[in-house]
Structure formats: C-alpha cells, structure tokens
Write a protein that binds this ligand. Structure first.
Ligand SMILES: C[S@@+](CC[C@H](N)C(=O)[O-])C[C@H]1O[C@@H](n2cnc3c(N)ncnc32)[C@H](O)[C@@H]1O
Length: 251
C-alpha cells in the first residue's frame, strides 16, 4: 500500500473515533494534572522557553502539558476532530498551543528548528516509513535538539496475554491491518467496535534505533519498562516482560 493511501485510510479511521475520544478533562488540568509521566518529564528536561513539536498529538493533552510548563508548542495530527478538541481545551485553560492538521510524514517546511520533538503512546505505529520519518525529524531539530519517543513496547504489541499466551503479531513484519487483539487497538474501540479499516506498524526496537542512528542522531538512552497492568493475565510474572520504552536521541 502506498504511503498516501495508508495516511488517507488512517485519517478516516481516526476521524471516526474523534467524537468519542476526549482525553483528560479541563478539571484534570486545572487541578495541576500532567499528561506526561515522571520518566517522560525527566527525558524532556526543562522545556521553559523551548520550541516543542508534538507529533500525532490527538486531543492535545501532552501538548497542553508542555504549554503549561512554559514551552512554545506546535502540535500536529491528521484528524481535524481531535485537533478541534485540543483547541477547545487550550482555550478553556488559557494555554497557547499551535494545533495544526498535518501528516507527520509530510510536515510543512516552516516546522523546523525545534528543541524537542516528542511522540508517544500509539503515535509511532502510524509511521509507514521509519527511515524517511526519522531523517526528516533530525533535519527539523535545532543543533542540540532532542527527539523523545515514549511508546508501547513492540513485544507487547505482538503478544496476546490470555491463557494460554499467544503470539498474534509478527515482530519482524511491521505492517498491521486492523487489530487481531482488541487490547492493542485504541481503547475507545472496545465500546464502539473496530470495523473501520486502518493500517498501523509495529516497529521493532532494532528498527527504531537503526532509523534514529541512520538519521545522524546520537542515541542518549533507551529504557524499557515493566507495566504489570498491561500483562495482567500473567499474574506474578506480569512484571517480567517489557511493556513500554522511552528513547531519547540528540542532534
Ligand atoms: C493513539 S493517538 C496518539 C497518542 C497521543 N500521544 C495520546 O496519548 O493521545 C494516535 C494519533 O495519531 C494520529 N495520526 C495517525 N497517523 C498520523 C499521521 N500520519 N500524521 C499525524 N498524525 C497521525 C491520529 O489521528 C491519532 O490522533
């Protein structure tokens, strides 16, 4: 499937979910809530006065958190419905975020010179060409700028953890049409059903690291984390497998 066709299909998929996917409430942010966890906050460092680009920002919760921390934020997503939710939240909270409807594979030329480019939680799986994507992002970082990827671990993506545990994806064949395990699909589809076509990609850690290095970036850290809730059916061993990862690379 051509990249443009993948993107068009996925825009339809995400637009269909948009009215049902609202993210954190205004009250959550007013109470001082952060959409970034402590490992992510450590990885991004002090963002005050920094230029931040968030990719696949969805309804903007992390972008709003960056803005609240004092960053100058551009947040891009394919789906206008998600961006509209993000804009409404920003307005309600009095925060400035430049939300833009953009395909992260074809960003506008002026989106460049960033101190931080951030993508998370079901973002990288929508990248159809990892090598081209990483090279493009490297060129949009200011010297010393940092790329942070905080994601579901690809091993978790290919395992279905019910008894007996099954391998329902191929770690070495990234393209995935729809989801054979509903727990890997966007959470809202567990209520709505998931019959709208989508094409996503499970990128192995090796593929991600190789793309980042080929883009000329320097790998600063690659952490893998247990998240027992994501393997709940494994009982005592739920913490024995990696569930998420956090990669930081610098230009
Ligand atoms: C699971 S959400 C992103 C996760 C976000 N960090 C969050 O926690 O809400 C995936 C998002 O990727 C967006 N997306 C998919 N393909 C994209 C593309 N090619 N360019 C930009 N955004 C894309 C979708 O519209 C959707 O909002």
């Amino acid at each position: 499937m051509e990249s443009a066709e993948v993107v068009a299909r996925n825009r339809r998929y995400w637009e269909a979910l948009a009215p049902h996917r609202l993210g954190e409430s205004i009250e959550f942010f007013e109470a001082g809530g952060s959409a970034l966890n402590s490992d992510e906050l450590d990885a991004v460092g002090d963002v005050r006065g920094r230029r931040v680009l968030q990719l696949a920002c969805s309804v903007g919760d992390e972008a709003l958190t960056f803005a609240r921390l004092g960053a100058e934020v551009v947040a891009v997503d394919l789906a206008p419905g998600h961006l509209a939710t993000g804009r409404a939240k920003a307005e309600a909270l009095g925060l400035a975020v430049d939300f833009r409807e953009q395909d992260m594979m074809a960003l506008a030329p002026e989106l460049t010179g960033f101190d931080l480019i951030f993508i998370s939680w079901g973002g990288i799986c929508w990248v159809p060409d990892l090598t081209r994507w990483a090279a493009d992002l490297a060129s949009r970082l200011a010297p010393g700028g940092v790329l942070v990827i905080s994601e579901h671990h690809p091993l978790w993506e290919v395992l279905t953890v019910t008894a007996p545990m099954r391998v329902t994806g191929n770690y070495f064949a990234p393209a995935r049409d729809g989801y054979s395990d509903p727990l890997k699909a966007p959470q809202i589809t567990r209520e709505l059903g998931d019959d709208i076509p989508s094409r996503s990609y499970v990128w192995s850690l090796g593929a991600v690291v190789t793309a980042v290095l080929n883009a000329g970036l320097t790998l600063r850290s690659l952490q893998e984390f247990a998240e027992p809730d994501m393997y709940a059916d494994l009982g005592d061993q739920a913490g024995h497998l990696p569930a998420t990862y956090l990669l930081t690379a610098v230009r």
